[in-house]
Design a protein around this ligand. Structure first.
Ligand SMILES: [Fe+2]
Length: 443
């Protein structure tokens, strides 16, 4: 247990309040952008109606912060089951007697008002759930994760564009895509000290990693287009058995949201159809597509440990950084995060965000598929509940690292782990290539 001074506790409360407000501003923008009809309807069987996400955000906030942390009376106990993600599959959510958009907005506001009162009056120590304001941090990250899911729903929505954002920064100079050798040696993976890290990121532990080579940048649309036009989707030899079966069944021919226009490809971004930006990271590919592309290119995907070592390890100090660029929280100069731009940035756009090894754009832009399954780190302890991570451990899920332009800074630590099914393509997922070094590179 840590004893905090009054000043430190006040600073922590301020930080929580700012983050809660930021997440809520995003939820509000994503739900105010469309009319009630679009809030209620299901834009894809893969997604919830936007109004379900918003009320679910409020309900989780009520369960954890109003009732558990605050010990207050329930606001709306009668709706708990309806907004429990484990009890209701996404496909079934539209047929529930959901709160209307107006009821949803007033419910989440009522919960938030109580939470601000709980935040002001709860000592942030004495109980693991509230130390370092963990429960508040968990709820902030929960809302941000749903903001990313809601953004994916917007991408699946048909109709005129309703979301607008400035372009990401352009690369400040000439860009040379190259491979970077990461020498063999152990590094510290995960964290035991990051206050808002979730259970699956813990504890910090040493992992031996053989030498490997990784690309400085994620795979771009230009690189991926070559795979598409050279017939990669029709050549079984690049695909794993499961990957080929899925490619056949789903009729995959290009990344999700690419649109064929005669002999060229366009892409649909939130309803705006435009030519591919060739030096942007490819997005909306599933694990199987990433794996096939890597085989076609004579390479492979990095393991999760390789990805994290390339991102965090500083060979000068022998320690792992919080982020690729250092221990500083992400700023707009480091990474494309927080739905500020609504598309990946062109490669080379964030030289200040490079890791100690010079690997670039690891945080933000696109989630990066790795070759690893979801497993517990040695010493894992489920917290605060088994359903957060533990029930997902196993070979069904593949790990994604780094965060996308749709993910928020507060949930994109260098240790943050995301997982999804290998067939998922509506998420903001891309990838980066790795390979084993040649003997001459190790001399
Ligand atoms: Fe949730």
């Amino acid at each position: 247990m840590t004893a905090f001074s009054e000043l430190e506790t006040e600073k922590m409360r301020d930080r929580v309040a700012r983050q809660l407000a930021r997440s809520r501003a995003r939820s509000t923008a994503l739900t105010d952008a469309v009319d009630d009809h679009d809030l209620i309807r299901q834009h894809s069987k893969l997604m919830s109606p936007l109004v379900w996400d918003f009320a679910h955000i409020g309900n989780q906030e009520e369960l954890w912060l109003v009732r558990d942390v605050g010990g207050r009376d329930p606001v709306r106990q009668d709706i708990d089951d309806m907004y429990d993600a484990f009890q209701n599959a996404r496909a079934d959510r539209p047929s529930l007697p959901l709160l209307s958009p107006t009821e949803t907005r007033s419910y989440v506001q009522e919960v938030r008002d109580k939470v601000m009162d709980v935040l002001a009056s709860t000592p942030l120590e004495g109980r693991k759930l509230v130390e370092n304001a963990f429960a508040f941090g968990m709820i902030v990250q929960h809302e941000q994760q749903h903001n990313e899911t809601m953004l994916a729903t917007h991408q699946l929505r048909t109709g005129d564009p309703v979301l607008h954002a400035p372009l990401p920064p352009a690369p400040p100079g000439p860009v040379i895509n190259r491979e970077i050798l990461i020498p063999a040696g152990p590094f510290t993976m995960g964290t035991s000290v990051e206050p808002w890290a979730l259970d699956n990121e813990r504890p910090a532990h040493q992992v031996p990693v053989d030498a490997f080579v990784i690309d400085k940048y994620p795979v771009t649309n230009a690189m991926y287009l070559e795979f598409v036009t050279s017939g990669g989707y029709d050549q079984q030899q690049w695909w794993s058995e499961d990957g080929w079966a899925y490619r056949q069944k789903a009729g995959l021919a290009a990344p999700r949201f690419w649109v064929r226009d005669g002999d060229r490809w366009l892409r649909n971004g939130f309803g705006a159809v435009e030519p591919l930006v060739l030096d942007e990271p490819v997005v909306h590919v599933c694990f199987y597509e990433a794996e096939a592309f890597a085989a076609w290119a004579g390479k492979r995907l990095p393991t999760e440990a390789e990805w994290e070592k390339a991102a965090r390890f500083d060979p000068a100090t022998g320690r792992s950084r919080r982020y690729p660029w250092g221990d500083e929280d992400p700023g707009p100069e480091h990474a494309n995060l927080g739905q500020a731009h609504l598309r990946p940035a062109r490669i080379g756009a964030y030289p200040q965000g490079e890791s100690a090894f010079g690997v670039a754009q690891m945080i933000g832009d696109v989630w990066e598929w790795t070759s690893s399954d979801f497993h517990a780190y040695p010493g894992f302890v489920a917290f605060p509940y088994r359903e957060y991570s533990e029930v997902f451990f196993g070979p069904d899920y593949k790990m994604l690292r780094g965060g996308s332009f749709g993910a928020d800074a507060a949930a994109c630590r260098g240790t943050f782990r995301n997982w999804d099914y290998p067939i998922r393509r509506q998420i903001f997922s891309g990838f980066r290539l790795a390979r084993d070094p040649r003997p001459d590179e190790l001399r």
